[in-house]
Design a protein around this ligand. Structure first.
Ligand code: HEM
Length: 406
């Protein structure tokens, strides 16, 4: 393999390259549809093959835990993210009603009030770490309230969930301390939610945990481990990702003042902006799939058990799929502007495991972007470039210090 490509393979998974993995992705896309990668898997950097694999049920996601976490001393509770039908269908079906576009739309008022309060504080302070001041509290509060986690436990949830999110990265990339932190976080998480489940069994409330407990009581088969696994994926996927989306969005607007001016002039673009930011700087950079049978994709053959690492964030920047792929264009997904040729981004995945929380993430991002458009006249970056967390799968900054003017 040519040394530049070899280096790009290393960089695409190197924690030190988290501030800009896109240069490596470009080299990989130029190299081919499939590039030999780590863990014996092939990297998939282009859009066509990434979308084809994600949509094809002959590729399974159930092997990911074994592929990435073979060295684990702790079982991450089995969630339906890592299952295939019929278990996937049974467990996803239990929570899917809570995430329909209509149910989530009912949460708009709460999201708007929350963002209005946070924006008041941000504007009063003038200088803030925007991750702390907006990007964390909004999705954390929304998902905790949906589930029924009491307000005084939100911070504890955040800390457990942070340890688990880092632990989603391949074990080979984690230090002994990070592996230990994951074990601790999983134990804390299952202890905390185990107690909350018992409380809801005794005294039902109007929340998602009660709904799950009642579905179980009504005869839907669900083990305690599955129940905890479902809660774990909702909490971790439900806010770690959206935190990064909001952070990435604000950074993208700071880096492109023309697009910020456009959004300020047309706050109605907030929903389209959310999707373009999802495409431009995806919060979830990769996922894996394993062939269930002999398969051929774009002329490449795969035997049963062969795995691929689908580089979602790279596919989103493929110029063959998105004209001006490296340019932020907040009108790309605007109604009236999209046409049959406008490709959907892969940031929420595609197919069977398509992100359950996409309507909630979109709502939160739209409300945040609209508030920024309507209430902020200028944002200046105070730590340029901002530092990134080492996380590979759920990628994002660790701080975003800014001056915000109303
Ligand atoms: C910007 C925010 C978000 C991003 C970028 C994101 C991304 C993703 C991606 C890429 C997948 C598919 C993984 C795969 O196929 O391998 C996924 C699945 C999932 N997401 Fe999200 N997510 C976000 C927000 C949320 C929220 C707010 C929730 C819930 C509260 C959530 C819950 C889930 C669940 C439960 C799955 C598993 C679906 C299944 O296996 O059927 N996500 N997400």
């Amino acid at each position: 393999m040519n040394p530049d490509v070899q280096q790009a393979v290393i960089d695409s998974v190197d924690p030190r390259c988290r501030h800009d993995p896109y240069r490596a992705y470009r080299v990989l896309r130029d190299e081919g549809a499939f590039v030999p990668g780590p863990l014996g898997a092939r990297l998939v950097p282009r859009y066509t093959e990434a979308a084809a694999i994600m949509q094809d049920p002959r590729w399974s996601h159930a092997e990911e835990r074994e592929l990435l976490h073979a060295e684990s001393d702790v079982e991450l509770p089995a969630s339906f993210l890592w299952m295939e039908p019929p278990d996937h269908t049974r467990l996803r079906g239990l929570v899917s009603k809570a995430f329909t576009a209509r149910t989530i739309e009912g949460m708009r008022g709460r999201a708007e009030r929350l963002v209005a309060d946070l924006m008041d504080k941000i504007l009063a302070a003038g200088e803030v770490d925007l991750l702390e001041a907006l990007a964390y509290p909004l999705p954390l509060t929304m998902v905790c309230e949906l589930l029924g986690v009491p307000a005084d436990a939100h911070e504890a949830i955040r800390s457990m969930s942070g340890g688990i999110a880092r632990g989603l990265d391949p074990d080979a990339l984690l230090s002994p301390e990070e592996l230990a932190a994951r074990t601790r976080s999983v134990h804390e998480f299952t202890g905390f939610f185990g107690d909350l489940v018992e409380q809801r069994r005794a005294r039902p409330q109007d929340d998602l945990i009660t709904a799950l407990v009642q579905a179980e009581a009504a005869g839907v088969r669900m083990t305690t481990t599955e129940l905890l696994g479902t809660l774990l994926i909702l909490v971790v996927a439900g806010h770690e990702t959206t935190v990064n989306l909001i952070g990435n969005g604000v950074l993208a607007l700071i880096r492109d003042p023309g697009q910020f001016d456009l959004l300020r002039a047309e706050p109605g673009l907030a929903a389209a902006a959310a999707d373009e930011i999802l495409r431009y700087d995806a919060p979830v950079h990769l996922t894996t799939r394993t062939a269930r049978e002999e398969l051929t994709v774009s002329g490449q053959e795969f035997a049963p058990g062969d795995s691929v690492i689908v580089l979602l964030a790279s596919a989103n920047r493929d110029p063959e799929a998105f004209p001006g792929a490296d340019r932020l264009d907040l009108t790309r997904y605007a109604s009236g502007r999209q046409d049959a040729k406008t490709k959907r981004h892969l940031s929420f995945g595609l197919g069977l495991h398509y992100c359950l929380g996409a309507p909630l993430a979109r709502l939160e991002m739209e409300v945040a972007m609209r508030a920024i458009a309507e209430r902020v006249s200028a944002i200046t970056l105070l730590n340029d470039p901002p530092p990134y967390r080492p996380n590979l799968v759920v990628r994002g900054m660790s701080e975003l210090h800014v001056r915000v003017e109303g």
